[in-house]
Design a binder for this molecule. Sequence first.
Ligand code: CUA
Length: 164
Amino acid sequence: MHVHRFERLWFAASLVLIVAFLGTIVYGAVGPGVAMVDDSGGTVEPSVIANGDYEAADNFREPGVYDTESGVDVYVVARQYLFQPGTTEPIRVPAGEPVTFHVTSPDVTHGFNLAGTNVNSMVIPGQVAEFTVTFEETDEHGIVCHEYCGSGHHTMEGKVVVVE
Ligand code: CUA
């Protein structure tokens, strides 16, 4: 049977593509992977957060701002459709000191993006996203959820106020 030269070429090209696609799947499963979220904050049972049973959580505290020796720790719950704290009351943090955010979700995947900064993380149920930032100047930064999380996604926002 005669197979046209271009047909053979396309056939070979499609085989290469199939092998390449399989390769990306294998790489994603067993390779070093790409960190979509900083999971250095550890894990926490989503139901513990949903029930507000913060005493039972090893890696999470009641949402709020806590002084540390070098700066502050901020614990935030991202849930449909607010940041707690952040939405009903702004998160107040000091300028010039390291601010470590610990963010988790009891329901679905959310995003935590601080407008005007490079702070940007996914917030995944069961994981505590942890990241440290030092705000050099007093300012206000909007918190934006950048992962579609349901019908109220577009309303899910908050505010960080950097004070003296
Ligand atoms: Cu939370 Cu989108």
